[in-house]
Design a protein around this ligand. Structure first.
Ligand code: DGY
Length: 325
């Protein structure tokens, strides 16, 4: 491995980060950066990683086991600019002795805000309403037109009551929603705050006027909401996904949105982003956003800084503040 001329750790940074994060990278690392923010192929990434001690990566760089195994031996740490780390094969990284860090907590509020926006946007048919306005179809106020569904007093089922799920519950309580949740473990009463726990997620589904996915993507959650489970929801339920696209089966959701079995969906994430299933675009009852859950200036700054805190700690021989493995 070529030693770093500066004596600083050699860092590969796969995506453009906020200005003050870039400045901190330039100050503290001998960095290969991506000022034009192009998406590198795996082959390009592996080539650029040669001689690097660590990679500041993101969800746009898939790192399954075969990519982890082909990383240069010099790479000892990965800091992903995301709370989700489903794009990285963690057991493969651990096996190779590569430490992985992520960015929990700092994006909870921003992401919960977008979940609430998706919930309201779906419930009130915001996509259809703005389309009517923007395409000149708004002719008059309609006593019976552009009707959504009421939110106040409805039951919201939250799949995954981690920090983001709890931040959504806090917001939804402000709308007088009744909170139900499924989580691997039941929360302590101070965190539960009266929410109704369902150990069996299928048992929760019939209670969900609204259902929101706030869980990680795992083998257990992949395509959780499929055609059979949609049938367990009340007729005309509203669904929200700000977690990861593959927790729902797009074909089943699209069919249910077309038939009205699901009244509306608010989606910030999709399977195979950005090449999502284009059938969603034809649905007036789908409120769609391009994966902007954590996209505020403040949150992206905090995420970048937490990535660097993880890396700084690693190179100081200390535990990462946000370790994954
Ligand atoms: C996250 O942090 O996981 C966000 O979804 C961005 O990918």
């Amino acid at each position: 491995k070529e030693p770093s001329v500066s004596g600083k750790p050699k860092l590969l940074v796969t995506r453009l980060t906020p200005p003050n994060v870039e400045a901190r990278i330039a100050r503290d690392y001998d960095a290969v950066t991506n000022p034009d923010d192009v998406i590198w192929s795996t082959a390009e990434l592996l080539k650029k990683a040669e001689g690097c001690d660590a990679i500041l990566c993101s969800p746009t760089e898939p790192m399954p086991a075969d990519v982890i195994d082909r990383l240069p031996d010099s790479v000892k740490a990965l800091a992903t600019f995301s709370v989700g780390y489903d794009q990285i094969d963690i057991p493969a990284a651990t096996k190779r002795g590569i430490k992985v860090g992520n960015t929990p907590e700092v994006l909870d509020n921003a992401t919960a805000d977008i979940a609430m926006l998706c919930l309201l946007g779906a419930a009130r048919m915001a996509h259809n309403a703005t389309t009517v306005l923007r395409t000149g179809q708004w002719k008059r106020w309609e006593p019976t037109g552009l009707l959504g569904v009421h939110v106040t007093g409805k039951r919201l089922g939250i799949m995954g009551m981690g920090r983001i799920g709890r931040a959504l519950a806090k917001r939804a309580r402000g709308f007088d929603m009744e909170i139900h949740y499924h989580n691997r473990n039941r929360l302590d009463p101070d965190l539960e705050q009266g929410a109704v726990y369902h150990a069996d997620p299928e048992e929760m589904l019939p209670q969900c006027d609204f259902i929101s996915f706030n869980c990680p993507l795992t083998d257990q959650t992949r395509h959780f909401l499929n055609a059979a489970r949609i049938e367990m929801l009340p007729q005309g339920a509203v669904m929200v996904n700000t977690a990861r696209g593959p927790v729902v089966d797009d074909n089943a959701v699209i069919a249910a949105l077309k038939s009205g079995r699901i009244a509306a969906a608010g989606l910030d994430v999709f399977e195979d982003e950005p090449n999502f299933n284009r059938a969603y675009l034809d649905l007036p009852n789908a409120f769609l956003l391009p994966h902007i859950g954590s996209a505020t200036v403040e949150t992206r700054d905090a995420m970048g800084n937490l990535c660097l805190d993880n890396l700084d700690a690693f190179f100081a021989g200390k535990p990462m503040p946000a370790p994954v493995n």
